[in-house]
Design a protein around this ligand. Structure first.
Ligand SMILES: Nc1ncnc2c1ncn2[C@@H]1O[C@H](COP(=O)(O)OP(=O)(O)OC[C@H]2O[C@@H]([n+]3cccc(C(=O)O)c3)[C@H](O)[C@@H]2O)[C@@H](O)[C@H]1O
Ligand SMILES: Nc1ncnc2c1ncn2[C@@H]1O[C@H](COP(=O)(O)OP(=O)(O)OP(=O)(O)O)[C@@H](O)[C@H]1O
Ligand SMILES: [Mg+2]
Length: 247
């Protein structure tokens, strides 16, 4: 099926999800990256009036905020910005202080604690807006991220619908081009933006092109295959509901 037809199908699917859920529209967090740019365009097409982009800076770099605004402008989607930097510092510093006071602080886990709290504060804020507007929260995870578990559990992974979860990363770029995502965003290296200098590929230790190839059933170097399979196995808990005992 050609890309335009698949895009139309995704747009129809979004309308169906809203109709079946009894909600009125859809919102998405807009980071200035390609995944959220594609989702923002899809929800705008599905709901020209009832779609919302939300820019949620947390000590974010200027470029991400500018790119987020650029994406929103090009997609002509209504957008609001809520800076959560202060709230993030408050929760993080208070929590770490109490942990330190109780001899429970782990220095080596500080960066990931800080990073995942960002994703979860964004999730909480998106749901506050969803409650206000009776909208669904759209996720932006693609097939490579879902397979490797490269997302924060109940953070960017905490969503109602996942419109691009079956697209490999190269397909996200193809759709982005077809939807008119600005070239600045298409050309940017994928980053979760959770700390300075973070890039997805550096952190995962493999590349999106190898993960995509693996998902397409193609050969990938043994080293990368092992990394992909290890990430997939370790993140199984993120793709299922919490376990409970038969008691
Ligand atoms: N086997 C198991 N069964 C049930 N639960 C299990 C578990 N193992 C860990 N857990 C729980 O899961 C937690 C670990 O998961 P989680 O909190 O998600 O943390 P974790 O997977 O360590 O970190 C999230 C990763 O996703 C990346 N990320 C986040 C957000 C956005 C993006 C992006 O691409 O934009 C990427 C981020 O850079 C980082 O590498 C543990 O603290 C524990 O609570
Ligand atoms: N500053 C932000 N404002 C609003 N939402 C954000 C922000 N940062 C991250 N998010 C949300 O978290 C999601 C996960 O980030 P991720 O980096 O995987 O996607 P992306 O930035 O859209 O694309 P890329 O992978 O190319 O960087 C984003 O798509 C977006 O929905
Ligand atoms: Mg990003």
């Amino acid at each position: 099926m050609d890309i335009q037809k698949r895009i139309d199908k995704a747009v129809d699917w979004l309308r169906q999800q809203v109709q079946e859920s009894g909600t009125r529209g859809i919102l998405v967090g807009v980071s200035g990256g390609i995944d959220s740019a594609v989702v923002a365009n899809l929800i705008k097409r599905a709901f020209p009036q009832n779609s919302l982009g939300v820019i949620l800076p947390i000590k974010s770099c200027e470029r991400d905020i500018i790119d987020g605004e650029l994406v929103a402008k090009k997609a002509q989607i209504k957008t609001i910005t809520i800076d959560l930097s202060q709230q993030h510092s408050d929760v993080l510093n208070r929590t770490l202080k109490v942990l330190k006071d109780n001899n429970l602080f782990e220095e080596k886990n500080q960066r990931i604690t800080d990073a995942n709290l960002r994703a979860r504060l964004r999730m909480s804020t998106l749901y506050a807006i969803a409650n206000q507007l009776n909208y669904l929260v759209a996720g932006t995870d693609n097939a490579a991220e879902v397979f490797t578990g490269y997302f924060t559990k109940y953070g960017d992974g905490g969503v109602d619908i996942m419109p691009i979860a079956t697209l490999k990363k190269y397909e996200v770029y193809q759709w982005g081009k077809a939807l008119g995502v600005p070239s600045e965003v298409l050309e940017k290296e994928p980053s979760a933006g959770l700390w300075e200098g973070q890039t997805d590929e550096k952190e995962m230790g493999t590349s999106y092109s190898y993960i995509d190839a693996y998902l397409d059933g193609k050969e990938v170097p043994q080293r990368d295959k092992e990394i992909i399979e290890r990430l997939h196995k370790a993140s199984a808990h993120k793709r299922s509901t919490p376990p409970f005992p038969e008691i």
